[in-house]
Design a protein around this ligand. Sequence first.
Ligand code: GLN
Length: 447
Amino acid sequence: TEHAFEQIEAVDAEVQAFLVLNKENALKQADELETTPFEERGPLFGLPIGVKDNIVTEGIETTASSKILEGFNPIYDATVVRKLREAGMITVGKINMDEFAMGSSNENSAYKKTKNPWNLAHVPGGSSGGSAAAVAAGEVPFALGSDTGGSIRQPAAFCGVVGMKPTYGRVSRFGLIAFASSLDQIGPITRTVEDNALLLEAISGVDEMDSTSANVEVPKFSEAIGKSIKGLRIGVPKEYMGEGVSEEVRASVLEALKVLEAQGAVWEEVSLPHSEYALATYYLLSSSEASSNLARFDGIRYGYRAEEAKNLLELYKMTRAQGFGDEVKRRIMLGTYSLSAGSYDAYYLKAQKVRTLIKQDFENVFENYDVIVGPTTPTPAFKVGENVDDPLTMYANDILTIPVNLAGVPGISIPCGFAADGLPLGLQIIGKHFDEATIYQVASAYE
Ligand code: GLN
C-alpha cells in the first residue's frame, strides 16, 4: 500500500488517474491487517486496489466524474467494495472516468483528463480509462471498472492490461451509479490473467440488494489458469475482422490464434450476422435507460445545487443545465426522445427486438464453439483531442465490444502485441453465459 502511494506520487501528476486518495485510512487499514493470523489471509490479502468513481464508497467522495455529484459523500459501500474489504484488500483511492461512464477516452470527465501511460499524447480509452491507466502505470496492481458497452475492455486494450466484463448478473450492481441498468457490469482490471481471475472470484456472487444478480455458483476461476486448451473450439467472427479494423490489429489477432492453435485449439470463421446493427441498438437502449436513471439528479438529493434558482422548477433546470456535461446531455436528449410516445415503437421497441436477434447470434455460435475470439478495438489508442468533436467516430470505437453487453455474455481483453507506433493492442475472448472460467483458460494459454 505504501508502494502504491509512492508510485502515485511519482507519476500521477502526468497520468492523472486518481480523483481522490484515501491515504490516511488505507495506511491505517494496512497496519490493522498486520494482526490477522496467517491462516486467515486469502490470496488478495493486504493488496491495494483503485476503485472507479461510479462505485460508491462510504465516506469517500464519489462523483462519477460529474459536476452534478460534487461533494457527494455516500453513506454506504457498494457490495463490491464490502467484498474487497472482506478479502483484505485496501482501497487506495477513487479513479477518474468519463462522466457517468459515457465515453471512450476519459475526455468527458468534469475534473481531469487521464493520459495513456504508454504515450501521454494518447487517450487511455474509456470510460474506465483511469482504472486501466492506473494499473498500466504501476500505481495499483488491481482496479475495478465498469462496462456498459466496452468500458472495461477498450481501455484495457489501449493500456495493455487485462480487463474482464463478467456475465450480466455475475457481480452485484448495488452501489454502482447506474448508466444503463440492463447492460452495466462491474469487473476487474489487472496486469495478469491470474490476478484478474482471483479478483473476479472475490467480487462475484448473488446479492439480495441487487435483484438482477444471479443465484449461480461462483467457480474458482483461478483453477482454470494453465489448463490445457487441447481440442477447444474457437469461433472467429468475420464481422470482427473486416472493414474498419486496422491491418495491424487483424494481424495481431491472427498471430494470437496461431499460438492457441499450436496448443491444440482449433479455430474457424463464424458469423454474428446482426453485428452491424449493434451500435445503433446500443446507443438507443443505453441512452433510454440513462435518461431515466439520471432523472434522480435534481439538485435536491445529492451533490451539486444551483444557487440562483427562484423556484423549484428553476432549481431542477438550472442544476441539471450546470451540473451535466455535454455528452451526458446528448444522451439524455436522445434517450428521452426514443422513449417518448411518438417514437417509442420506432426506436426503443425496435431496438429491444434487434437486441434479441444479437443475443441469438451469440447463442447460435456457442452451440458449436467454446469461445469467440477477435480484436477488442478496431485501432490502437487515438490521440488526445482527435475525436472530441465527432461523437459518431468516438462511438465507433466500441463496435466490437458492444454486442457482448447486448447479449449479456462475458468478455475479456488481454494484451496482444503492439502497433507500429508502440501502443498496445488487445485480444478479446468472449464466452458463454457464466462461463468466465473457459475465458480465463484460453487467456492464460495465450498470455
Ligand atoms: N463508450 C461507450 C459509451 O460511451 C461505452 C461506455 C461504457 O461501457 N460505460 O457508452
